[in-house]
Design a binder for this molecule. Structure first.
Ligand SMILES: [Zn+2]
Length: 208
């Protein structure tokens, strides 16, 4: 089930008062069209009916996939602590802070990947690309699996257009090995699986 609410909004450009329909929760299994809006990164777009002003909104909401059994809490401020309902006990639970991260999780889980292992792959890839492009910060988002390779959208500092880089799928298998060697077990509740967690896991691995 998806939950939709209506809010009053005043266009920041022309001042026209309007209604804004937003979702506080989305079930991607039941609402593939809303899921597609997330994958197109359009879900938070609001367009003024009078002056055509386009705003990118951000608000907390919950995405669930009842078929693949995962639940993702989008928390733009990073402060919304949502208690997982008891019915989601056996679900994979994640917290993300924006639509790009949510999209990435959906793409990973839908293709059957473990996002923790995938963060280790991203860590390795970003390490190489930082040297290649001589930058100290890179954002990488999983995009797809293609002929035995994993493709990532890469954002370099100050660039809004992504460039695409692939890495061999055996890097993913090696990452799964690292997690097995550590007997990695997820804590309960909503977990933030990101570059920071990957660094922590790799530090632990070096100390074995
Ligand atoms: Zn307007």
């Amino acid at each position: 089930m998806s939950t939709e609410i209506t809010k009053d909004i005043i266009c920041p450009q022309c001042g026209e008062a309007q209604k804004y329909r937003l979702y506080t929760s989305i079930n991607g299994t039941d609402n593939p069209e809303l899921k597609q809006q997330i994958l197109n990164e359009e879900l938070f777009n609001w367009r003024c009916q009078r002056c055509n002003y386009l705003a990118d909104m951000a608000y907390p909401f919950i995405y669930t996939d009842t078929e693949k059994r995962y639940i993702i809490c989008l928390s733009p401020m990073g402060t919304d602590n949502i208690e997982p309902p008891a019915t989601f006990e056996s679900y994979v639970k994640r917290t993300v802070k924006n639509l790009s991260e949510l999209k990435e999780k959906i793409l990973m889980f839908d293709q059957g990947f473990d996002d923790v292992a995938m963060e280790l792959v991203k860590n390795a890839l970003c390490g190489i690309l930082k040297q290649t492009y001589k930058v100290n910060r890179i954002h990488a988002y999983f995009s797809r699996e293609n002929e035995g390779e994993l493709e990532f959208a890469i954002y370099l500092p100050g660039k809004s257009e992504a460039i695409y880089h692939s890495t061999r799928e055996d890097v993913y298998e090696q990452s799964q090995e690292v997690l097995r060697a550590l007997n990695y077990e997820e804590p309960k509740g909503f977990l933030k699986v990101d570059a920071r967690l990957a660094r922590r896991i790799l530090e632990d691995y070096q100390n074995i």
